[in-house]
Each structure stands twice: as structure tokens, then as C-alpha cells.
Write a protein that binds this ligand. Structure first.
Ligand code: MF3
Ligand code: CO
Ligand code: CO
Length: 272
């Protein structure tokens, strides 16, 4: 996530890089590796494992498969992944904390392959989670799908944000405003800011060759967040549960390509 700022500047079309058809292949490789890492980690997400252990597994897997962890060293960040549990909205720092039955967990990972960035995050359930938590996760994934349906040439970034916000609020949940998606490619966090709220028709017009993330954060309670004294961990102010999922995508002539789709079809958790 990028901190939402200077929305004016970042919504002007001419500030958004346009990539060439051959650049999609670079993004495919980076996107596939991050998706494989998030596939791999799923079976390790269970009660008792620490977030630091999960981070180590993701780092090792990434390096073993020819990727570099993009977050490691980024703006002073010292871990490979962000792992955000329950009321942590994003940027949870892996460490000694052990997962427990009933937790909901987001793992956000970014890799660099041949200079291209692949950025994705998913939700994982630890053991058995309650009905409200399942509903929150379902709404978050629906929100991402609904946002991605707006990704095609001629639509605007405002169309994406509007669709997400409208759906989430109709479920009586809220969209976080303080963090947003971002342009991606050879740069990790590039123009534009991709807001998960907004108005139809506003913002820059989508064009083939734009690469960006969509990564809505949805809260069961109010949208307000605060960042803890570690300078990273963002939590809901009202301590309500929060959930997020993220894809990196490219705009094509007639729609989009999702670079971070799961090879094993594990992107969206299914609850029995
Ligand atoms: N992967 C996050 C995103 O979706 C960014 C994390 S930056 C870090 O943009 F430094 F916190 F790792
Ligand atoms: Co991102
Ligand atoms: Co991310």
C-alpha cells in the first residue's frame, strides 16, 4: 500500500507510465513468482506458527526461485513480507507473535524478477474463524473483483474506486482511505494513486499499457486507522477486524491481465 497523498497530481493521465506489449512478459514472471510464494505459504498458516517463521519461509522461497524480496530494505523496512492479523489493516511487521485459532491474516509480498515488481496479498484463516470474519473476507474479495471489472481502456480510476466503495458500503462495512493501490512495473510504488473509493468518471482515463495494483482494505467497523509507534503497523482505530487482498494488473486493449493470479487457484479462500 501506498499512503494516499497528493491525489490531484497522481490522477493526471500524463504522469502515468505506459508500458509496451513486451513488458507484459516481465510482469508475468514477477507476478507468477509472488503468486507461487503465496500459494506455498498457505499450508504453513496454522495455530502456533510465528509471523517471523512465515516471513523466513517466504524469503527463502523467493530467493530459491530467482526473485528478490522488494520490501526488504525498502524505506528502512527489515522484513520480506507484511503480515497483518485481525485488526491490523496493513504493514504488520513479522516477528515473534504466534498465530492462534480464529485469527484472520493478510500476507502481502512483493518480488522483483529481472527488474519487474510483482505485488500481491491474500487472506488466510487460522483454524476455524467466525461467521463475521468469513463475511468480511468474502466482501473484500468481491470488492476486488468488482473493482477489477472496471479495468478497461476508456474507464477512469474513479470508476474503480466508486465500484469498490459502493459495494462495500452496501454490505455495511467500510473502505480504508489512508492507503491505496499504486502504479507498479520497474518502479515499486509509482503513479497513480489507485484509490478504493471515489466518484464515477473522475481521475485519469485508463489506457493499454498501464500497470497498477488494486488492493482494497475493508473494515467491519469504521474506516479510520492509526499507525503504531513502530512507524509501520496500521490498525483500525475502533479495533474492528480488517481484511485486504491485492493483485497487480495490466490494462490490455480490451480489459486487463492479472499478473498475480494463483497457479493453483488458491487466491481466494473458501470456507466450508
Ligand atoms: N506490498 C505493499 C504494497 O502493497 C508495500 C509494503 S512496503 C513495506 O504496496 F515496506 F512495508 F514492505
Ligand atoms: Co501494493
Ligand atoms: Co502489496
Amino acid at each position: 500500500m501506498y499512503e494516499t497523498q497528493d491525489a490531484e497530481l497522481y490522477t493526471r493521465s500524463h504522469t502515468i507510465r505506459l508500458y509496451q506489449p513486451e513488458d507484459f512478459e516481465g510482469m508475468r514472471k514477477a507476478g507468477r513468482l509472488v503468486a507461487e510464494a503465496l500459494d506455498m505459504i498457505g499450508e504453513h498458516v496454522k495455530p502456533g506458527v510465528t509471523t517471523g517463521e512465515l516471513d523466513d519461509l517466504v524469503r527463502q522461497f523467493t530467493l530459491d526461485n530467482g526473485g528478490l524480496p522488494a520490501c526488504l530494505g525498502y524505506k528502512g523496512y527489515t522484513k520480506t513480507t507484511c503480515i497483518s492479523i485481525n485488526h491490523v489493516v496493513c504493514h504488520g511487521i513479522p516477528g515473534d507473535k504466534a498465530l492462534k485459532d480464529g485469527d484472520i491474516v493478510n500476507i502481502d509480498h512483493t518480488v522483483i524478477v529481472d527488474g519487474w515488481h510483482g505485488d500481491s496479498s491474500r487472506m488466510y484463516a487460522v483454524g476455524e474463524i467466525n461467521t463475521r470474519a468469513k463475511k468480511l473476507i468474502d466482501v473484500t474479495y468481491e470488492a476486488l473483483d468488482i473493482g477489477l471489472k472496471q479495468v478497461k481502456p476508456g474507464n477512469t480510476f474513479g470508476d474503480i474506486g466508486f465500484a469498490i466503495q459502493k459495494y462495500v458500503e452496501a454490505q455495511r462495512m467500510s473502505v480504508v482511505r489512508d492507503f491505496c493501490g499504486h502504479g507498479i512495473g520497474r518502479v515499486f510504488h509509482d503513479n497513480p494513486n489507485v484509490l478504493h473509493f471515489g466518484r464515477r468518471g473522475e481521475g485519469a482515463v485508463l489506457k493499454p499499457g498501464m500497470f497498477f495494483t488494486v488492493e482494497p482494505m475493508v473494515n467491519l467497523g469504521k474506516p479510520a486507522v492509526k499507525v503504531l509507534s513502530d512507524g509501520w503497523t496500521a490498525v483500525t482505530r475502533d479495533k474492528s477486524l480488517s481484511s485486504q487482498c491485492e493483485h497487480s494488473v495490466g490494462v490490455t486493449e480490451d480489459g486487463l491481465e492479472i499478473f498475480t493470479a494463483s497457479p493453483k487457484g488458491l487466491f481466494r479462500p473458501v470456507f466450508s
